[in-house]
Ligand binder design. Structure first.
Ligand code: NAP
Length: 262
């Protein structure tokens, strides 16, 4: 299906690997020019080259930490009038005991996974309204909806983010600016692959065996981890011309792991 967005421009913030990169690639395959950002320059340039070579669109890498005012300004300078924003970051660290979380930990979590997307939206949304087209997708976490102690530095800030996104989505939907949130569950990204490889090596078992055991332990109904491409395709769909009536929604992508009706 042609998503009807060829020739448009997307800022993919936090996109040199994982789900952000997969979203950039999915959009680039639709003919969308990409402004790609991350903090680490080497991996960012490699990802930009890879996406450009695979799709033929223009991919502009911008080294920027979007948890900072300067990083967001760098993105705005590189691309003052994007049609789309796809925003994510790395998963914040896991907490074993809620008592261990210090104020500085909360501040870092809020800066990166709440204030960064809020401020990016605020920077670009009026231009989208004026131009009569905008698509914003925040890639957050299923922990926003299903709390657990290990994900305390990830879930609460994304619950707040989605609260903000829904409120804003209702103001700008009439101008064809559409804001939605994706909530991924367990995904086989580079971090997890490295962890599983190390565990497999330490136990002297094959990687596939360790991976499958891990999935089995969590009883994921789809019997596998998600792939970043699964999220990328949905992000592109929510950026499509046809998503104009999907307003302020959150979509869990977790292989059926969470047991809930709505
Ligand atoms: N992986 C999972 O299983 C899983 C499960 C549930 C939810 N999630 C959520 O899904 C989202 C994406 O996770 P992922 O696994 O795809 O992450 P990832 O593989 O670590 O990729 C994150 C990307 O964002 C960049 N980034 C991180 N912090 C940044 C910042 N402050 N400014 C600019 N760029 C930044 C990283 O590059 P640099 O480090 O170079 O900046 C990298 O390109 C996160 O919200 C995470 O909480 C992931």
């Amino acid at each position: 299906m042609d998503l009807g967005i060829a020739g448009r421009t997307a800022i993919c913030a936090g996109a040199s690997r994982g789900m952000g990169k997969a979203s950039a690639l999915a959009l680039a395959r639709e003919g969308v020019n990409i402004v790609l950002s991350a903090r680490g320059e080497e991996r960012l340039r490699a990802a930009a080259g890879e996406i450009a070579a695979a799709t033929g669109v223009t991919v502009t890498p911008v080294v920027a930490d979007h948890s900072t005012v300067e990083g967001r300004a760098a993105l705005q300078a590189a691309c003052p009038a994007p049609d789309m924003l796809v925003i994510t970051c790395s998963p914040p660290g896991v907490t074993n005991d809620f008592r261990d979380i210090a104020v500085a930990d909360w501040q870092a979590s809020l800066d990166t996974s709440f204030l960064a997307p809020v401020e990016l939206m605020r920077l670009f949304i009026d231009g989208m309204v004026d131009r009569g087209f905008g698509r914003i997708v925040n890639i957050a976490t299923v922990a926003a909806k299903f709390p657990s102690v290990p994900r305390l530095l990830s879930g609460p800030s994304r619950s707040a983010l989605h609260n903000y996104a829904v409120a804003v989505s209702k103001v700008v939907a009439k101008d064809n600016v559409i804001v939605n949130t994706l909530l991924p569950g367990m995904f086989l990204t580079e971090n997890l692959i490295a962890t599983l490889e190390a565990q497999a090596k330490a136990k002297g078992v094959p990687y596939d065996e360790e991976r499958d055991k891990y999935v089995g332990r969590f009883r994921v109904p789809a019997a596998k981890f998600g792939a970043p491409e699964d999220v990328g395709a949905l992000a592109a769909m929510l950026c499509s011309r046809y998503a104009s009536y999907v307003v302020g929604q959150s979509l869990v992508i977790d292989g059926g792991l969470i047991n809930g009706l709505f």
